[in-house]
Design a protein around this ligand. Structure first.
Ligand SMILES: Nc1nc2c(ncn2[C@@H]2O[C@H](COP(=O)(O)OP(=O)(O)OP(=O)(O)O)[C@@H](O)[C@H]2O)c(=O)[nH]1
Length: 368
């Protein structure tokens, strides 16, 4: 087989669990599992063949079985794209592997199963991302430890009851108690990781000056609503708002007052929209409001309300109060639109019209 096609196959292998919605981090995680699983599957094939030709015929079924499960698991992933289930199966068979390896070699040390499972399971604990996974894994882990103790004492080591001077029953119970303490620790680590993740997500979505959505987040909201309306039907309006002559405010009153104006404007917007509407800072002194289930007329009424409320706002400065006005452009969804950018562009050109015609006013762009 030429090198190029081997490379092609390897690239396909690393991407079989991926769907377009996956983040880069998830894609790397999927690829890692597929390659490590594939390597272990290949190892199982070699190990099974070696065992078979060494005369250990039934023992070779264990590594062959491992390879077979891996192939079936990855084929299922290829067709279903259900990564979570495949990950759990692959992890479970990997945890069982060293134990099966011992059986296939025909020998067992006292409490071997308990020791192997306890070490592997605790190592897996370091990958926990949330409390639910930790709890599930802990239940699975305790079951493995108990099963390990039973297997050790009843099947493989009947009569042999000594592990480092302890009876296998005592050893197993001891391990259960110790690991419960370790898993409580993991549980709190996972809770912290969850909190940190939420905090990071909030930071990544929020504009630091106004505490409302930043450009990226409002765009994500609008894009997913656009896709929903495009598929299920319905309508929405988009409002672009820009503070008039903001540069003059900065020049006359200073940057700090300019920031205060932006904050008051943002507060005015959040107070004058419905709960289902979303507002975001699109850039500098430019804001955007997404209004689900709204016609051009409804959005126009809402924009005029915002426009007159902003006119009344007074920002205290060291000399006299600073006032400002805003220009607003509105557009609505049209069934011909192919992406949210087209609707934003229409709202933007309506805003441009408002600026051109003297500012402090609302302009609409009819659906095309
Ligand atoms: N204080 C402050 N100023 C900002 C911020 N972001 C952008 N600006 C300033 O906002 C000003 C925007 O100026 P222009 O784009 O010329 O717009 P404008 O003066 O509002 O004029 P029109 O939009 O045509 O009415 C620029 O001077 C930016 O430096 C901010 O976060 N805080």
């Amino acid at each position: 087989m030429p090198i190029k096609s081997i490379r092609n196959y390897l690239q396909i292998l690393g991407t079989i669990g991926n769907v377009p919605e996956n983040t880069e981090r998830e894609k790397v995680g999927h690829g890692f599992l597929i390659y490590t699983g594939a390597l272990m599957g290949l190892g199982g094939l070699l190990w099974g063949t070696l065992s078979f030709f060494s005369g250990l015929v039934w023992q070779s079924l264990i590594p062959y079985g491992y390879t077979l499960i891996t192939i079936v698991n990855f084929s299922y992933l290829y067709y279903s794209k259900k990564f979570e289930l495949v990950r759990i199966i692959q992890m479970a068979i990997s945890v069982l592997l060293p134990f099966l390896f011992q059986i296939s070699l025909g020998g067992f040390i006292p409490s071997g199963a308990v020791i192997i499972w306890s070490i592997l399971s605790i190592l897996v604990g370091f990958t926990f991302q949330n409390r639910i996974t930790t709890l599930r894994w802990f239940i699975f882990y305790l079951a493995l430890i108990v099963a390990g103790g039973v297997i050790d004492s009843n099947i493989f080591l009947a009569g042999s009851v000594d592990t480092y001077g302890l009876s296998i029953l005592f050893f197993t119970l001891n391990l259960c108690v110790t690991s419960t303490i370790i898993f409580i620790m993991f549980f709190y680590f996972a809770a912290n990781a969850e909190n940190l993740k939420t905090q990071l997500e909030t930071l990544a979505h929020t504009d630091p000056l106004t505490n409302i959505s930043n450009r990226r987040h409002i765009f994500e909201i609008m894009e997913s609503e656009f896709n929903r309306v495009k598929r299920n039907g319905g309508t929405f309006a988009v409002m672009m708002l820009d503070i008039d002559h903001f540069k003059k405010i900065n020049d006359n009153f200073g940057h700090a007052t300019g920031d205060q104006v932006i904050k008051s404007f943002s507060l005015c917007l959040t107070r004058n929209i419905r709960k289902i509407d979303s507002v975001g800072r699109y850039g500098g002194e430019e804001f955007i409001i997404f209004l689900p289930d709204s016609s051009l007329e409804q959005a126009h009424t809402s924009a005029q309300r915002i426009n007159s409320h902003c006119r009344e706002l007074q920002i205290a400065t060291s000399d006299n109060a600073c006032t400002f006005t805003v220009s607003i452009g509105i557009s609505v969804f049209a069934s011909r639109d192919n992406c949210i950018d087209e609707i934003i562009a229409r709202a933007d050109s309506a805003l441009y019209q408002a600026k051109e015609h003297g500012r402090d006013q609302v302009r609409t762009s009819p659906a095309v």
